[in-house]
Unconditional design. Structure first.
Length: 146
């Protein structure tokens, strides 16, 4: 059982390091240091995972972004002259952005990663244990006794 749990932990760490590097750092940075601005939708692809194309302006320069999952339902008025979608961007890297509040997106990524870490390693280990008698014996071994 100790070997099974150790392999589960190693598998979970590898998955966390691999998948956690994809979206979590950017969303965390946007949640902590993101600046809100007004953006406009330029295209919407409902048949392509609700992909949203958007644009926004920072310091007189136009930026654009693409995000799957739609833009959310919340339309905000940031000032009396701006009606549009809220876009969050990083002040040091304005090309890193998301449309809508990044906090729910961050929690969605964390929950998904947590579930993958909980579910995938034990299933992989149990499948390996079932297919390989040698692996089954190695997992049962308690260590050498003198």
């Amino acid at each position: 059982m100790k070997r099974f749990l150790l392999l589960w932990l190693i598998g979970a760490l590898l998955i966390a390091l691999g998948l956690g590097r994809v979206n979590l750092p950017g969303l965390y940075s946007l949640t902590r240091r993101g600046i809100e601005t007004c953006g406009t939708l330029t295209a919407f692809e409902s048949n392509n995972h609700r992909t949203v194309h958007y644009s926004y302006e920072v310091n007189g320069k136009m930026y654009s972004g693409i995000q799957q999952g739609g833009a959310g339902e919340r339309v905000t008025a940031l000032s009396s002259r701006c009606q549009g979608y809220e876009v969050f961007y990083l002040p040091e890297a304005p090309h890193i952005s998301c449309i809508g509040d990044p906090l729910p997106m961050l929690w969605n990524e964390v929950i998904t990663l947590f579930l993958v870490i909980l579910i995938f390693p034990p299933f992989a280990l149990l499948a390996s244990r079932w297919r390989s008698p040698a692996f089954r014996l190695w997992l049962k071994a308690e260590g050498r006794k003198k």
